[in-house]
Design a protein around this ligand. Structure first.
Ligand SMILES: [Zn+2]
Length: 262
């Protein structure tokens, strides 16, 4: 087996954007030593993530309902998530959170679903992967209301104060393509400042492709471009930096430490 050099800790390989070349996109990452964590965003996409995690040796799943998708859930939605949460290939409840930017679901419904999924994660001793957009205070308050829950703030693009709040909650900061964008000096300042043992990288594929792929459909293979930029900002060697990112990925999502066999 290829040695694992990195994890893409957040890549939606079940997304319809990969319908034409899903296997090939996974294989390009696997051949480069990149493992993939596939987060759900609906019940159907969570089921698809679990299925892919059982099909591919180098893929793991998260199950959860994204804040855009929390309206009109079936009454047994939490029971479905709970059943998947007991699968050893499921490393976290995600992606979950709050999004007050697009408001595709009412804020009250978002808060209710987020709280319920945080409670489920704690009950199953699983971490969470959190999406937060224009909802900073409510997101921090919701997490703080469930003591003991740990996880990752995915696609972190905030400032140092926000990063400090995330770290104080015991969370990791996960950086995606934006860290490579020309105008992102403030975000790179956070990367340089952040404790090296609390940093992860991800693609958020099919979105947010890093430079030099910006504007194209993103894919897990390209997490290496983001990782290279993070490590160079940290001022450490690629070897040291990448092995820290792998260790942090397992620190955040303990089930990644399980061996690769399905
Ligand atoms: Zn995502």
């Amino acid at each position: 087996m290829t040695e694992r050099i990195l994890w893409d800790t957040h890549g939606h390989l079940q997304d319809p954007a990969f319908d034409e070349d899903r296997e090939a996109a996974y294989q390009r990452a696997a051949d480069a030593g990149i493992g993939v964590v596939i987060p759900g965003y609906t019940l159907a996409s969570s089921a698809a993530a679990v299925a892919l995690a059982h099909r591919w040796d180098g893929a793991w799943a998260q199950v959860g309902v994204h804040p855009h998708e929390v309206a009109n859930l079936p009454t047994d939605w939490l029971r479905q998530l709970d059943a998947w949460a007991q699968d050893p290939r499921v490393v976290a409840i995600g992606e979950i959170g709050l999004d007050y930017y697009r408001y595709l679901a009412p804020a009250a419904a978002q808060r209710e679903a987020f709280a319920a999924q945080l409670a489920l994660a704690r009950a199953r001793a699983l971490p969470v992967a959190v999406h937060c957009r224009a909802a900073w205070e409510d997101t921090v308050a919701a997490i703080a209301a469930v003591p003991g829950v740990r996880g990752v703030l995915h696609c972190f693009t905030g400032d140092r104060d926000q990063a400090r709040a995330v770290l104080d909650l015991g969370f990791y900061l996960s950086f995606a393509g934006p860290v490579t964008f020309k105008a992102a000096d403030a975000l790179r300042d956070v990367v340089r400042w952040a404790p090296r043992d609390r940093v992860l990288v991800e693609t958020d594929a099919p979105y947010m492709a890093p430079v030099p792929h910006r504007g194209r459909r993103n894919e897990p293979r390209w997490v290496e471009d983001t990782a290279a930029r993070v490590v160079s900002e940290q001022g450490i060697s690629r070897e040291e930096g990448f092995s820290a990112l792998v260790a942090n990925s397992i620190g955040a999502f303990a089930r990644l430490a399980g061996h690769d066999a399905n």
